[in-house]
Write a protein that binds this ligand. Structure first.
Ligand code: DGL
Length: 258
């Protein structure tokens, strides 16, 4: 496999750009081909089989680009379809992302609020993650589809978004959480608004973007395909919306501090 081949990064929409940022920070000399399936987002409320089909179709459609690795930068698609993508591509490293529950526990959190999509929260993969935590670790799980729509740019009305978060989090705000897991790759883009809605300036956020980037680095190293030419890195954005706006929104999110 060619070391200069791209790393394919896939998400249901723009959320995986939060993972792409971590990948670029860790491995700036790689070329990343980012595909967001915004035309079909959100994946979160869809039945599992539909998420599997959309994921296989999206990844399968990009194989002609000759990727050297595939990153499923979507918790929902990982939970539903990671094994199927791996089975489709036995010769390529395929890395997914799952809510950072064990990372939050390892950092000492005992009461964790996990925000994710309905699809992730209903998955067998999430049930296994919960089952692997210590019995004394408590997790309250909340689906937050409105954050996905906001990051997708479906509504840019910030006041309305803040009111949505306030309504969503009011019932759990007094829960005494010592950590919040951002279990959807769209959510790191709403960290500031989430901190304000939780009314806990010091709350710790956890997401698995950094760990996923590390896993990709290890996979490229063990397959001997890491780029060796300094300064050769870059990003190509593709989006199923096929519009100038979609690409402009992608570049804007890539430049957003998270
Ligand atoms: N970004 C995706 C995730 O990490 C899901 C967003 C959606 O519902 O499409 O779960």
């Amino acid at each position: 496999m060619d070391r200069s081949a791209p790393v394919l990064v896939f998400d249901s929409g723009y959320g995986g750009i939060s993972v792409l940022k971590r990948l670029i920070a860790l491995m700036p000399d790689e070329h990343y081909l980012y595909y967001g399936d915004s035309a079909n987002a959100p994946y979160g409320p869809r039945p599992e089989e539909e998420i599997v089909d959309l994921t296989l179709r999206a990844v399968g459609g990009l194989l002609s680009e000759g990727p050297k690795a595939v990153v499923i930068a979507c918790n929902t698609a990982t939970a539903a379809a990671l094994d199927r993508v791996k089975a489709l591509l036995p010769e390529l490293p395929v890395v997914g992302i799952r809510p950072a529950l064990s990372q939050a526990e390892a950092a000492g959190c005992r009461r964790i609020l996990c925000l994710a999509t309905a699809g992730t929260l209903a998955s067998a993969s999430y049930a296994r993650q919960l089952g692997a935590l210590r019995p004394e670790t408590e997790v309250v799980s909340v689906a937050a589809p409105g954050i996905v729509s906001y990051v997708e740019g479906e509504s840019r009305d910030r006041a309305r978004f803040e009111a949505y978060l306030d309504g969503l989090l009011r019932p759990v705000r007094s829960g005494g959480f010592d950590g919040v897991v951002l279990g959807c790759t769209h959510f790191p883009f709403a960290k500031g608004e989430l901190r304000a809605a939780l009314r806990q300036e010091e709350i710790r956020f956890f997401d698995a973007g950094g760990d996923t980037a590390e896993a990709v680095r290890r996979a490229l190293e063990s397959s001997g395909t890491r780029s060796e030419s300094a300064g050769s890195g870059g990003v190509t954005f593709l989006n199923s919306l096929v519009s100038r706006e979609a690409l402009a929104h992608s570049w804007a999110l890539l430049g957003t501090e998270i």
